[in-house]
Design a protein. Structure first.
Length: 156
C-alpha cells in the first residue's frame, strides 16, 4: 500500500491480485486474517467471482441440496449434538474467556509459532482437562489448524 496526499487527505492504495489494478483501500473488503486487514481481490472482482460461484448449473445446485439434506440427517449441523460431544472443549474455552476478562491471563498480540501479528486464539496444547484449562499457547488460525492436523493425523 502506498500513501498519496490528495487535497491534504491521506489515501492508501492497494493492487488487486486478480485484475492487477491499483485502487483505494476502500475498494477492498476487510479480512482480519490478512496482514493488511484487507482481501486480496477488489470488491468488483469479488462480486464477479461470487456471482459465478452462485450461478451454478442446476445439476450442481441439486447435488448441494442433497448433500445438505444428508449432512443434516447425519446430525452434523446440530449444535446441541456438538455441545454434548465437545463439552470439555467448550468449558475450557469459556474458562479462558473468563480468565481474560478477569485479568488472570493476558492474550498475546503475536502468534507464538510464526511470530506474525494476526488475530490469535488459545490452543489448549495439554488437553481439555480442568487442570489444563488456562495452560494455552496463543496461535494464529493457520498455525492452530496445523497443530490440530498433527494431533488428528500424526503428520509433521
Amino acid at each position: 500500500m502506498t500513501g498519496n496526499l490528495a487535497h491534504g487527505v491521506s489515501m492508501c492504495l492497494k493492487k488487486c491480485s486478480r485484475c492487477k489494478i491499483t485502487k483505494p483501500v476502500t475498494e477492498f473488503y476487510k479480512n482480519k486474517a490478512q496482514r493488511d486487514g484487507l482481501e486480496g481481490w477488489c470488491k468488483d472482482c469479488s462480486k464477479i467471482a461470487s456471482r459465478k460461484y452462485y450461478s451454478k448449473s442446476p445439476i450442481r445446485r441439486e447435488y448441494e441440496k442433497n448433500y445438505l439434506r444428508e449432512y443434516r440427517r447425519a446430525g452434523y449441523g446440530n449444535k446441541a449434538d456438538y455441545k454434548t460431544r465437545n463439552i470439555e472443549k467448550i468449558l475450557a474455552s469459556r474458562a479462558v474467556e473468563r480468565a481474560l476478562h478477569a485479568g488472570v491471563i493476558t492474550k498475546q498480540e503475536v502468534c507464538s509459532e510464526c511470530g506474525i501479528k494476526l488475530k490469535v486464539v488459545a490452543h489448549h496444547y495439554k488437553g481439555y482437562q480442568p487442570e489444563n484449562w488456562l495452560v494455552v499457547q496463543w496461535l494464529c488460525h493457520k498455525c492452530h489448524m496445523k497443530k490440530h492436523r498433527k494431533l488428528t493425523t500424526g503428520e509433521d
